[in-house]
Design a protein around this ligand. Structure first.
Ligand code: CU
Length: 173
């Protein structure tokens, strides 16, 4: 599903490439030949009727993360350093989600949070590397990054979603 969408999008955006170049694009889009690593990302939730948790933001220490009502699921959570393509799918039926990636230098540090907006204060986070913003339900989008070894956090910053548990840790070796 992801692969087909990726190929479709690449071809759609590059309709005038010569045949040889097209072949390269298609070849690169298959997982075994991809330049770097492909990580499938599912942005999921349990539906709008579920009351959102309000105290399940990162870090998870001391929290009952089984109570999350939305989250980010990865096909693989540890990859080799280098070029990494995140293929994000909004699996929700009714809610817009997004995926922001930030370097995680301290596994216990609280993120700057704007309580009145119920979201992370992105302006106070110097380590944000990229994002797939405001993805409609059922839509996919890709983010390609060159990542060094370290810990990263993927999170959704739609109001209320971070504290509902919509984040996950990602490791690059
Ligand atoms: Cu979200």
């Amino acid at each position: 599903m992801f692969k087909r969408n990726l190929i479709g999008r690449l071809l759609a955006f590059r309709p005038f490439l010569p045949i040889a170049a097209l072949a390269i694009v298609v070849t690169m889009a298959s997982p075994s030949q991809a330049a770097g690593t492909v990580v499938n990302v599912s942005l999921w939730d349990k539906g709008v009727e579920m009351a959102m948790a309000t105290d399940l933001g990162f870090p998870a220490a001391g929290k009952d993360m089984s109570k999350v009502t939305m989250g980010i699921a990865l096909s693989v959570d540890t990859v080799k350093a280098g070029e990494i393509t995140f293929e994000a799918l909004n699996s929700s039926k009714d809610t817009i989600h997004e995926m922001i990636i930030t370097r995680l230098r301290d596994l216990s540090r609280l993120f700057p949070y704007n309580n009145s907006e119920s979201r992370i204060d992105e302006d106070k986070m110097p380590d944000i590397l990229g994002e797939v913003s405001e993805l409609d339900p059922g839509k996919t989008a890709a983010l390609r990054l060159d990542l060094l070894p370290g810990k990263y956090l993927l999170f959704c910053n739609i109001p209320g979603h971070f504290t509902s548990g919509m984040w996950t840790i990602f490791t690059v070796e």
